[in-house]
Design a protein around this ligand. Structure first.
Ligand SMILES: Nc1ncnc2c1ncn2[C@@H]1O[C@H](COP(=O)(O)OP(=O)(O)OP(=O)(O)O)[C@@H](O)[C@H]1O
Length: 648
């Protein structure tokens, strides 16, 4: 885009183009490329002075570029811009310096490996190949013998190592992130994984050799023994990478799934892992890439063979790294090592190609396992018979809520009427959200949180003996502060999440009806009916929140809890949600936590005011009455002070 402004009627002798005030004093566009060229040329000249070498040239060019570039920018644009460009140039230079060896390795392997990549190399083994044949290879030009047996060995051993280490690594990472809750077992596992990460590979080889030696006798060397050694090396990499990936899955997604009445393992399997799958697949590929080039542990566990062996459980095996090692250290013909050298380079190239193919496979697997974002596009269809929710009454009796030893909410009793909206208001930290979460036992997903007392849903105690919190959550749905649609799912699949994640069977036409009626119920149908297959996370914040309400409605709950549902939304989206709350209260019991007192007075029939005496003290219910009474004629002074804005 041009940054200059064109004058409409240039006079005689006046340049038709002048620089805009906004772009005056900026470096010319050619500055950075010119400095780059100067650095490359001057770097070459300086390197020639001290004995030319590529590395020296790169080093000199980088230093000149890093000094001259920011200096030139600083002179033109001032010192702030100079410092800024220094950081930018440092980042780019570091990137280039990192890429140079990588490109250089690939280039060298390509140049040396391609001539040896013949049919012989790929499809024959070294069985029966002697130095005599290599001696004659010089004159005939054709190198006999190849790495087929080593390719078979590499693929077999890596396959077994992957089969053993990936499930163990994945499950360990899942335990650490989703179950251990910082317990001693989790800490111990993390410690051992850290130690394993640093184990020298030869030690892993010796361990596997000793283990199998003890069971099957000394010198037991097979592909499987080697796979066990590689497993020891792979597991920590898989655990660490998977752990990182699982940790960055936002907790909100887990909570959204639990709030739909989905069990923990299905939440992990269907929400957490798909969200992290591409990172997990990269981690597994990295782990494979780490071990596929190992040589030392292979020498002591798999032995060395010149013939093809498909059986990992019997007989010696060769892998590409050990093949390369032997070709270089013990050329087949000591007097003419060239054919061996050619085979070694070609094997190195094959190894790199295998790693690249694995990477590709990992990407494809990640794509196949991640839920589709592009489901069938569906237009308006026949209307469903509508939802049949059964709004319920909630009675809370002497409820105390604790986080560990800390009493967060003290002795709350209240009755919430069916088909009504009840608002919880009060200053920050007074326990509104904590109390709300006890109404569908969502607090239980927080380690150490517990409730004492009774919460009755139409007379049935949610905390009664044998009551499953998962069942409770399918009856009491929840909408959270920040919209949290599942990012790997389409709009349609988000609405159906409660059904699908719970593995309930539903016909395609019933699913269509449910999607339409839930989206209509959430006042979103008209806005999204033409793009149901598009990702839910592509909607605006307000639309996303209505999608989350549709998702909550779709599991046909009896109560809907809303924890500050509009706090992340603009005023127009907020009004849309408030209208929606007004609409759905004829079918559901709605409880909403809000900081916005106008909102409480606009949407709720009854309001509960909570307060806290001071930091570290428990939150208490101060007053609970019809909303108009709380805001106009409160009975308690604390309530009046709060609603009149005198504190809080
Ligand atoms: N996960 C937790 N672990 C320990 N303490 C917690 C946890 N969550 C909340 N608390 C504490 O419980 C008390 C009540 O918190 P809660 O979030 O329920 O208040 P709130 O009224 O909803 O506040 P806000 O309006 O700021 O969201 C606070 O003292 C808070 O520090």
């Amino acid at each position: 885009m041009s940054t200059s402004t064109q004058t409409s009627q240039p006079g005689p002798g006046v340049s038709p183009v002048r620089r805009s005030k906004l772009t005056r004093g900026q470096r010319p566009r050619w500055l950075v490329p010119v400095v780059g060229v100067v650095a490359v040329v001057a770097g070459a000249a300086l390197a020639a002075l001290v004995g030319f070498g590529i590395a020296l040239w790169a080093l000199f060019a980088a230093v000149i570029f890093l000094v001259v570039g920011p200096l030139a920018v600083g002179l033109i644009e001032g010192s702030r811009a100079g410092k800024d460009s220094l950081m930018t140039f440092l980042v780019y230079t570091a990137f280039v310096l990192a890429v140079i060896p990588l490109v250089s390795v690939i280039w060298t392997v390509l140049v040396n490996g391609v001539p040896g990549l013949t049919g012989n190399m790929l499809w024959t083994s070294m069985n029966g190949v002697t130095g005599l044949q290599d001696n004659t290879a010089g004159s005939s030009g054709e190198v006999v013998g190849g790495a087929y047996h080593a390719i078979v060995g590499t693929v077999s051993i890596t396959f077994w190592a992957t089969v053993m280490s990936v499930p163990v690594g994945l499950l360990t990472a899942i335990y650490l992130v989703e179950y251990s809750q910082g317990g001693w077992l989790g800490k111990a596992i993390t410690f051992f994984v850290d130690v394993m990460t640093g184990i020298p590979s030869i030690v892993a080889g010796l361990f596997a050799a000793a283990l199998f030696g003890m069971i099957f006798g000394p010198s037991t060397r097979t592909g499987f023994v080697a796979a066990v050694a590689l497993t020891v090396l792979m597991i920590p990499t898989v655990v660490k990478n998977t752990e990182e990936m699982l940790r960055i899955v936002p907790n909100e997604l887990r909570e959204a799934s639990y709030a739909l009445g989905v069990r923990k393992w299905r939440t992990i399997l269907k929400v957490v892992i798909p969200t992290a799958i591409s990172g997990i697949a990269s981690g597994v590929t990295l782990a494979i890439a780490r071990v596929i080039g190992e040589t030392a542990p292979l020498l002591v566990t798999a032995g060395f063979a010149t013939a093809i062996n498909w059986n990992s459980f019997s007989g010696w095996m060769t892998t590409l790294p050990t093949f390369i090692y032997y070709q270089i250290m013990n050329p087949t013909s000591p007097t003419n090592p060239d054919p061996s050298l050619q085979r070694a380079w070609a094997a190195a190239l094959i190894l790199i190609i295998i790693v690249m193919l694995l990477n590709l496979v990992a990407r494809l697997i990640a794509r196949a396992f991640a839920p589709k974002t592009a489901g069938a596009e569906r237009g308006p269809n026949h209307l469903s018979e509508g939802l049949t929710p059964m709004s319920k009454r909630i009675d809370v009796e002497h409820l105390n809520v604790y986080y560990g030893d800390f009493l967060a909410v003290q002795d709350v009793s209240m009755n919430i009427e069916p088909r009504s909206v009840t608002a919880f208001i009060g200053p920050s930290g007074c326990g509104k959200s904590t109390f709300l979460r006890t109404l569908n036992r969502m607090h239980e997903v927080i380690p150490g949180a517990r409730a004492e007392g009774k919460v009755l849903l139409d007379g049935d105690d949610l905390y009664g003996k044998g009551v499953d919190p998962v069942t409770v959550r399918s009856m009491v749905g929840m909408v959270f502060q920040r919209p949290n649609p599942f990012p790997t799912m389409s709009i349609r699949d988000n609405v159906l999440a409660g059904v699908k994640l719970n593995n309930k069977r539903i016909s395609s036409s019933d699913a269509d009806d449910l999607v339409e009626s839930s989206l209509r119920g959430a006042n979103l149908w008209n806005e999204v009916k033409d793009r149901l297959g598009k990702p839910g996370s592509g909607l605006s914040g307000g639309q996303q929140q209505r999608l989350c309400i549709a998702r909550a409605i779709a599991v046909k709950p009896e109560v809907i809890l809303m924890d500050e549902p509009c706090s992340a939304l603009d005023p127009i989206s907020t009004l849309a949600i408030e209208d929606l709350i007004n609409d759905i209260k004829s079918d559901y019991t709605v409880v909403i936590v809000t900081h916005n007192m106008q909102q409480a007075s606009r949407v709720s029939d009854k309001t509960a005011f909570f307060n806290i005496e001071g930091t570290g003290k428990p939150g208490r219910l101060i007053e609970y009455a019809p909303t108009s009474e709380i805001f106009n004629t409160p009975q308690k002074q604390e309530t009046e002070d709060y609603v009149s804005g005198r504190f809080g």
